[in-house]
Design a protein around this ligand. Structure first.
Ligand SMILES: Cc1cc2nc3c(=O)[nH]c(=O)nc-3n(C[C@H](O)[C@H](O)[C@H](O)COP(=O)(O)OP(=O)(O)OC[C@H]3O[C@@H](n4cnc5c(N)ncnc54)[C@H](O)[C@@H]3O)c2cc1C
Length: 446
């Protein structure tokens, strides 16, 4: 396996302060369950396994440091959105599966929130609610339809609010109205991931950082080869998300796509006053290729999204994108003219995991049910990864639960084709989503 790339540090990792990684794996070790990947999925699966069966010996192996992947770099929105959202997901998944998926996501947000408070995790958690703002008449109609559809499905905690109401909350001259959903939690994701590491260490999970799994053999036990040691285990969890294609057994199940973020300096009172934003809501727009943004506790504006990066042959060296960063900086000025002079202090990006049908997937590898994987959260995995950890636990321990019947547990995931067809499909998909955004923004589509 090629080493994972050194990436520009996210705001969350850059401002984390001193961090002492756990030592890498040395020599020969044996556990009951090995978890590959030290993001939310891996850390929390270890947590859930240990809570369920304290005698289990569980180890997490992380190639870099905990939170290196999407979990330490994301926009921090713990939200109910599945895949591409309330407009596209019901069409892709079918209505009944979508309803079950949305209920799963509601539970994911509520349980993450309760978990953070129960375990007293230091991660700047707030529950400010979610605004999806409309910036064109086409988007007004799209969001109003989303609200009507969700209400008709029986989800009555999703509301349309008028231009006046949304601007009373967050004053952008671009806003024409918004979808309002109170169920959203914001965190500092790097602090959350690393607090979870501390939690599982206290439960007795072994955590090895700077320990890339290079090769896996499967019989009779799993045998994981790393640079300075080997780990044997009865069962195995692939919690490697957008890096999963690096393992031959998962190569065709997902591809990495890249999203980019910038953070401003802390806004001073003169910059913030015209905007309001006292409720500190998490905000997205109504595009397919969304912009997502929030305020941090020290009043930085963190903005992500817009252009989505793709790479040939799943090359992971695409965490930097000058054009995307420039686009995001312009978008801040477009939304909030009072920030025309604001300084950008952090720029970063990272891969999120995409399945062909744009729907998250968990499953078993092989018929003997000893290995499981989770991938394909399409940029909406903060809350989901936490509930997925319970689902993976139930799958591994072969427990019957409603979680293992969720629409995300699937026997089969449509495989991505090999290159060059894979790139053709991925670029065509992105092109379609961009074209639809273009049409909505020019009032061609409504
Ligand atoms: C910039 C960005 C913004 C996002 N914003 C949001 C958001 O606002 N809300 C939301 O819900 N979702 C968001 N997401 C998606 C969300 O962050 C992810 O879905 C979630 O963090 C996935 O967690 P994970 O643990 O599954 O994967 P990751 O956090 O990516 O963890 C996988 C880990 O596996 C490790 N690994 C890979 N290969 C190996 C190996 N061979 N050996 C050992 N370890 C290995 C990696 O180093 C990595 O740490 C965003 C993603 C990005 C990139």
């Amino acid at each position: 396996m090629k080493p994972l790339p050194e990436s520009p540090l996210s705001l969350w990792l850059a401002t984390y302060g001193d961090y002492a990684p756990m030592p890498s794996l040395q020599g020969e070790r044996e556990v009951d369950i090995a978890v590959i990947g030290g993001g939310f999925t891996g850390l929390m699966t270890a947590y859930e396994l240990k809570r369920a069966e304290p005698a289990l010996r569980v180890a997490v192996l992380e190639a870099m440091t905990v939170g290196y992947g999407a979990s330490g770099r994301n926009g921090s929105f713990a939200m109910t959105v599945v895949g591409l959202g309330f407009d596209v997901a019901p069409t892709l998944m079918g209505v009944e599966r979508f309803k079950a998926a949305h209920r799963y996501m509601m539970r994911a947000v509520d349980e993450l929130d309760a978990f953070i408070q129960r375990e007293n995790l230091d991660c700047d958690r707030i529950r400010p609610g979610f605004l999806r703002t409309a910036t064109t008449e086409g988007y007004v109609r799209r969001l109003q339809r989303d609200v009507e559809r969700m209400n008709a499905f029986g989800f009555d905690d999703i509301f349309w609010i008028s231009q006046e109401e949304v601007r009373a909350r967050v004053n952008s001259p671009r806003y024409l109205g918004a979808l309002w959903e109170p169920r959203l939690v914001l965190v500092n994701p790097a602090r959350l991931a690393r607090a979870e590491r501390q939690l599982i260490l206290r439960l007795g999970v072994e955590v090895y950082e700077n320990t890339p799994v290079l090769e896996i053999t499967t019989r009779p036990k799993f045998h994981l080869k790393t640079p300075n040691g080997n780990l044997r285990s009865e069962k195995l969890v692939f919690a490697t998300n957008a890096y999963s294609h690096l393992f031959p057994v998962l190569r065709r199940k997902q591809i990495p796509a890249f999203t980019y973020m910038v953070a401003t300096e802390p806004l001073n009172p003169e910059q913030l006053q015209p905007i309001g934003w006292q409720g500190r809501e998490g905000i997205e727009d109504a595009r397919n290729l969304i912009h997502y943004y929030r305020l941090t506790p020290d009043n930085r504006l963190v903005m992500g999204g817009g252009p989505v990066g793709l790479s040939f042959a799943n090359d992971l060296n695409a965490d930097r994108n000058e054009a995307a960063w420039r686009h995001l900086e312009e978008h801040i000025r477009f939304l909030f003219p009072s920030l025309s002079e604001v300084r950008i202090t952090h720029r970063w990006g990272g891969p999120f995991s995409v399945t062909v049908d744009l729907t998250p997937a968990m499953g078993y590898i092989g018929d003997d049910r000893r290995a499981v994987y989770s991938l394909g959260c399409i940029g909406h995995g903060v809350s989901m990864s936490h509930l997925n950890a319970q689902t993976l636990r139930d799958m591994l321990l072969e427990r019957k639960s409603e979680l293992v019947d969720s629409p995300f547990v699937r026997n089969w995931v449509i495989p991505w084709p090999p290159e060059p067809l894979r790139s053709v499909v991925a670029y065509a998909l992105r092109g379609y989503l961009q074209l639809e955004d273009w049409a909505y923004e020019r009032r061609i589509s409504d």
